[in-house]
Write a protein that binds this ligand. Structure first.
Ligand code: XMP
Length: 327
């Protein structure tokens, strides 16, 4: 597995100049490996797959076929941004698959977190394999594997963290241009490739997406409450200068209700729970000490703008004992 070992002599990519020289080398290597053949890539819009897409577009242009699967569990604005950046601005060969109903129908009534994860992972592979089968003459499968993925899979950590990963059984040769890079280097390369900051410096987002933040059995109305409250949280964090400073922040909408009063009338609605944590490796995490004024502002916006919500809570639990996600 020598090709999967980062050489001791490899310099850490910390500057635009080092990123440009990496890009130059990789474009050449990709052109040699791929020749005039076609490459398929599952493009989630996360940092790693986006950087791989941008590198491949530079190297082989329309020989790259990007597949973006919208499973209905993405954050507000994400599918639109993938289309804008890759199809409109980079002129990529992008297939957008609206699989929202398909995923949500399969998930209807399923309340066990691990079963939800399995359904999302399995369905993702099926949708992707179906799209692959519609394409003629694909020889390669590109993946946004990064160095920590290789280290972690060697150690057997993170079995369930690979939703959106390799569709096994597809007989393609792999193309993994950033597999020897650490996350910070992938970001430097992404910036040098001209990807937008909110894509390059994006916080981690789990493969099962908002599905693990709409606890218990997912319903469309509660999923919408997760999506809308998450968008408000992200907007307010950006306005307060916290974007890129707090490691991960999001909202959860649990599947129970409480009494409240809205416009003088009794309401029976969901709470929104805010989570904002800092960590180095996600194995343990501490709570961001958010200013009360910011919490008040976010609360006021969520209860007035998000349908079906009458309370906002801030989760003060570090990891351990709480995991970062609620499921
Ligand atoms: P936990 O909840 O285990 O999360 O403390 C640690 C980090 O992993 C992310 N996470 C996932 N990522 N698929 C993923 O791709 C998953 O099923 C999954 N579960 C948790 C979580 O967002 C956090 O960054």
């Amino acid at each position: 597995m020598a090709a999967n070992k980062r050489p001791e002599s490899m310099e850490r990519i910390t500057t635009e100049a080092l990123a440009q020289s990496f890009i130059h080398e990789q474009v050449k290597a990709l052109q040699e490996q791929i020749g005039d053949k076609k490459v398929l890539l599952a493009l989630s819009g996360g940092v790693d797959s986006s950087v791989v897409a941008a590198l491949l577009i530079k190297a082989v242009g329309k020989q790259l076929v990007c597949v973006h699967v919208n499973h209905g569990l993405l954050r507000k604005g994400e599918p639109e941004q993938v289309i804008k950046v890759f199809r409109d601005e980079m002129d990529a060969n992008l297939i957008y698959v609206d699989a929202v109903d398909r995923f949500l129908d399969k998930l209807a009534g399923v309340d066990d977190p691990e079963t939800k994860r399995k359904i999302i992972g399995k369905e993702f592979i099926e949708v992707f394999a179906e799209e692959a089968a519609k394409q003629d003459g694909i020889s390669f499968l590109a993946q946004g594997t990064i160095y920590p993925d290789i280290i972690e899979s060697d150690k057997g950590v993170k079995a369930h963290h690979n939703v959106g990963g390799l569709p096994e059984g597809l007989n393609f040769e792999l193309v993994e241009p950033v597999k020897l890079l650490y996350k910070d280097e992938v970001r430097v390369v992404g910036k040098a490739l001209g990807l937008p900051d909110n894509m390059v410096f994006r916080q981690p987002f789990p493969g099962p997406g908002l599905g693990v933040r709409c606890t218990g059995a997912i319903t469309r109305d509660r999923l919408e409450a997760v999506r809308e409250s998450d968008a408000i949280l992200r907007e307010e964090f950006a306005a307060a200068g916290l974007e890129g400073k707090v490691w991960q922040y999001f909202t959860i909408v649990p599947d129970y209700k409480s009494t409240g009063v809205i416009d003088g009338k009794r309401s029976w609605d969901w709470p929104v729970i805010i989570r904002a944590v800092n960590t180095r490796d996600a194995m343990s995490a501490t709570i961001e000490e958010l200013p009360y004024a910011l919490l008040h502002k976010i609360t006021a916006r969520i209860v007035s703008e998000v349908k079906g919500v009458n309370r906002v809570l801030y989760d003060l639990t570090p990891k351990p004992t709480g995991t970062i996600e609620w499921e």
